[in-house]
Design a protein around this ligand. Sequence first.
Ligand code: NAD
Length: 278
Amino acid sequence: MTLILNGTAASQAIKEQLKQALSQEREKPHLVVVLVGSDPASEVYVRNKEKACHEVGFMSSVVKFDSTITQKQLFKELDKLNHDQDVHGIIVQLPLPKHIDSNAIIDHIAPHKDVDGFHPLNVGNLHRGQNGFVSATPLGILRLLEFYSIGVVSKHVVVVGRSNIVGKPIAALLLNANATVTITHSKTKDLMQHTQQADILIVAAGIKQMITADYVKEGVVIVDVGIHRNDDGTLCGDVHPSAYEKSSAYSPVPKGVGPMTIAALLLNTFQAFKERGV
Ligand code: NAD
């Protein structure tokens, strides 16, 4: 029987743990999301983050700026948040307007408040196998596998995609967890030859339903990171349902990786809160 890796259930368990842990605290973690401009998708993501914070009893604020804000002004605003002792986690919602260098902005967030795990210090710590903040989607994937007791030690994990927010950090995280990892990308020759070797296949290519049954072996565990909206308004991922039938477990879209990303962000915010002033 195929197991469905239900991210809603796993994220709920994390939220319950966080509520429990928070009941022992006198103060509350505070996450600040910086939103520049009025991209509708970003506004939805930000609302979801706020909602999740309130669900577990965290404080959350959204600091909004007009899309005309200069990079220098944004640096100043980040300085204020970096030095504000009542702010524990900072996220700058991407994408930023074209005249702003996203990397320069990320580099400006204090690493101990960088709950997205995008600052080079946190990225470096991840690659050195040291503590730090791991970006939310990869951390959420690891927690999803753990929730369903799917071991990764000595497993061959094939990752499709090498983005800085998903592909590269999930590969590093699983390597640290003693998996054998293959990273594939848009220039990989004969992708299928690699994906067919996977014990665990993690797909983050951003191409609707590209992984069909031919790409996978029997018994594979599939984690689908992709999110696409169909014409009828429903959502689907990078994996075609025909591949599910050969799998021993798969994460659906929606209700798979998406809720785990939010839960992992809450975990990072709580970590930032616990380590404040350290
Ligand atoms: P991206 O566009 O930054 O990166 C896509 C990667 O896929 C690239 O590294 C590229 O080399 C690779 N790729 C493209 N075509 C390929 C092909 N034919 N074969 C092999 N590799 C190929 O995307 P991203 O930010 O990593 O996101 C990937 C998908 O995951 C998107 O659909 C995005 O919406 C979704 N996403 C979901 C969550 C979540 O919380 N569920 C979080 C982040 C991203």
